[in-house]
Design a protein around this ligand. Structure first.
Ligand code: MCA
Ligand code: AMP
Length: 514
């Protein structure tokens, strides 16, 4: 049986000429395929020499850099489990993830070492390394003396490759366990479905601590032996400037909105581009249409989750499974991907008719095995016949196109990041003088959706919305902070006493209207 380590599959896809450029940074630094191979071998050898158990978790909270990509590859190569963490997370958030995952190794930015290392050592972590975005830090110092040859660890398809934390409806984050097989099967399906061809070049401008930037984009390019033009931070002007040298771009809707606001975006700028892909949050039909008019390109929207990687996609070319339809339809997330099973069920658990709205459930080689150390949560989210309940609500039209119409989970997606109202409400409710709070998502011209908090004070309590926001800012990742906070006397409730969030959403829906 061949080695099912995802790294081996990616390594096998390297072009035969290893001196070709694999990654080029905005600063003009070029990394060849040989560089990726050697550097990942050195870091993997460092890990091998640490004496940590096989399948250890390696938790990583570092700024985006090519060395961070190398660290990901090295973790796979050494057979450990990669646990990426959003750079915006603050100490309370990091404490939870590290305490829950118990990583043997933590890699953080040098500037955060002072507070991350005590948290890690308290949780039993054996090694804390630093990695900065200027190619410095103890990880690289220690790896420098290692051999640049390394035999990838033997792994089975169902061995864990990564854990991605994704918040639950209770506000407690759950680690979605993804295997080498989950990741590779999805990457292979997408390579075909999106028609990757030799010579494709990807502009990579997303963060690399979530599925979109880490898996969909990186695996897509690497499995095709394609060069990546690496943007550490998204800047619309710079991305547009790189388009004449590229063919593929992937982004959350906010990135498309911001590029449309730039006058440099025109047909000439995108003339060499082959494909624009959007996902992670709903792409407004206005954005889809405006992009078409300005560039002549039709954005391909797809849908996925941390637990499942990609599930559906609009077609790149005629799809023989759906009568050869090839139209990319705005407002839809396209067809179920090959090898994925997707069904829509009503409240009674019966299959919905065409165009009827219900809960989306999925099964397939891409679907995760469960939540890290949460067997009860895992059991709750899977059906008896092995389908995962996505918490998304949608419908399938007569032609097979799927539309997401909402979510049964209480979730706000802001600029492609997930914000769970329950988590924010928990923090607000713990503040002195607060009786109760509700956080809802409202439309926003840039982020798609943002959180707004509505807070009820205790009798005689004196509260100020701006102060509440300031307190939250000191404790939570910046993208989770509600953009506005209102202090009011009461929340709308139904006859059962349940807060009617839909009424709050309605009341505040025009707050950010452009
Ligand atoms: C930044 N801010 C935000 C967000 N990002 N507020 C709400 N939502 C956000 N997403 C706020 C900060 O709190 C700060 O506020 C101010 O904006 C400036 O912060 P900065 O970091 O400079 O912002 P930015 O660089 O302009 O970032 C915006 C961004 C970024 C580029 C759109 O959010 C981003 O890269 N989003 C992509 C997320 C992503 O990759 N998602 C994929 C998830 P203040 O000044 O008040 O402090 S994977 C997934 O969902 C799946 C499975 C899938 O289907 O792909
Ligand atoms: P995450 O927890 O970060 O994996 O986010 C997954 C969620 O993002 C899904 O359950 C959907 O609610 C949402 N999502 C991803 N892609 C799309 C899309 N194209 N349209 C609408 N929602 C999406």
């Amino acid at each position: 049986m061949s080695n099912q380590n995802l790294f081996s599959a990616l390594r096998n896809a390297f072009p035969s000429d290893l001196d070709q450029i694999a990654v080029e940074t905005e600063q003009g630094l070029c990394y060849s395929w040989r560089d990726l191979d050697r550097a990942s071998a050195m870091v993997a050898n460092l890990f091998d020499g640490l004496g940590i158990p096989a399948h250890s978790r390696v938790a990583v909270q570092v700024e985006k850099s090519v060395e961070a990509l190398i660290l990901y590859l090295a973790t796979l190569r050494a057979g450990h489990v990669f646990l990426p963490l959003n750079t915006a997370y603050q100490s309370a958030e990091i404490e939870y993830f590290i305490g829950n995952a118990e990583p043997a190794v933590v890699v953080c930015s040098g500037k955060n070492h002072g507070w991350v290392s005590p948290i890690a050592f308290k949780a039993g972590t054996q090694y804390v390394f630093t990695l900065n975005d200027d190619r410095t830090g103890s990880l690289l110092d220690r790896a420098a003396s290692q051999s640049d040859r390394h035999q990838p660890a033997i792994r089975r398809a169902d061995d864990l490759a990564a854990i991605l934390y994704t918040s639950g409806t209770t506000g407690r984050s759950k680690g979605a366990m993804l295997s080498h097989g989950n990741l590779l099967s999805n990457a292979a399906i997408l390579k075909n479905y999106w028609g990757w061809v030799p010579g494709d070049v990807l502009i990579h401008a997303l963060p690399i601590f979530h599925v979109h930037g880490l898996f969909v984009a990186i695996h897509g390019a690497m499995l095709n032996g394609s060069k990546m033009i690496w943007h550490a931070k998204f800047d619309p002007r710079r991305v547009i400037a790189d388009m004449p040298r590229a063919t593929v771009f992937m982004g959350v809707p906010t990135l498309y909105v911001r590029m449309l606001a730039d006058l440099d975006l025109n047909r000439q700028a995108v003339a060499r581009m082959r494909l624009f892909i959007a996902g992670s949050a709903p792409l407004l039909i206005e954005t889809f249409q405006e992009w078409q008019q300005r560039t002549g390109h039709t954005i391909l929207e797809r849908y996925g989750m941390s637990e499942t990687i990609m599930l559906t996609s609009n077609p790149y070319a005629a799809d023989p499974r759906y009568d050869g339809q090839s139209e990319r339809r705005g407002g839809t997330v396209g067809f179920t991907l090959p090898e994925v099973s997707l069904r829509v069920l009503d409240d009674q658990g019966q299959p919905c008719a065409v165009d009827e709205i219900g809960g989306i459930q999925v099964r397939g080689p891409n679907v995760f095995s469960g939540y890290w150390r949460m067997p009860e949560k895992t059991a709750e989210e899977f059906t008896a016949d092995g389908y995962f309940k996505t918490g998304d609500v949608g419908k399938i039209d007569p032609r097979g196109y799927i539309t997401i119409v909402g979510r049964s989970k209480d979730l706000i997606i802001s600029g492609g990041y997930n914000v769970y109202p329950a988590e924010i409400e928990g923090f607000i409710n713990d503040m002195p003088g607060v009786a109760e709070s509700a956080v809802v998502g409202v439309p926003h011209p840039d982020f798609g959706e943002v959180g707004v908090a509505v807070v009820i004070p205790k009798p005689q309590g004196r509260l100020n919305g701006e102060e509440i926001i300031a307190i939250l800012k000191a404790r939570l990742a910046n993208f989770k902070i509600p953009k506005r906070c209102f202090v009011v006397d009461e929340l709308p409730r139904n006859t059962m006493g349940k807060v009617q969030k839909n009424l709050l959403r309605e009341q505040h829906k025009a707050l950010f209207k452009s």
